[in-house]
Design a protein around this ligand. Structure first.
Ligand SMILES: [Zn+2]
Length: 48
């Protein structure tokens, strides 16, 4: 499970790992992408 912040709900959402995409930005930083299960907004989060 991954905890991510939805900017539209202004609340933290817990997203199942299966629904989280791991990507890398153009600058090489790893990020997580997911869809808020409540409102459907895209959420992104930088990882370490
Ligand atoms: Zn939301």
């Amino acid at each position: 499970m991954a905890e991510m912040f939805c900017v539209k709900c202004k609340e933290k959402r817990t997203v199942d790992d299966n629904a989280v995409k791991r990507e890398t930005t153009a600058k090489g930083r790893p990020i997580l992408k997911a869809i808020c299960p409540i409102c459907g907004t895209k959420m992104t989060k930088f990882t370490k």
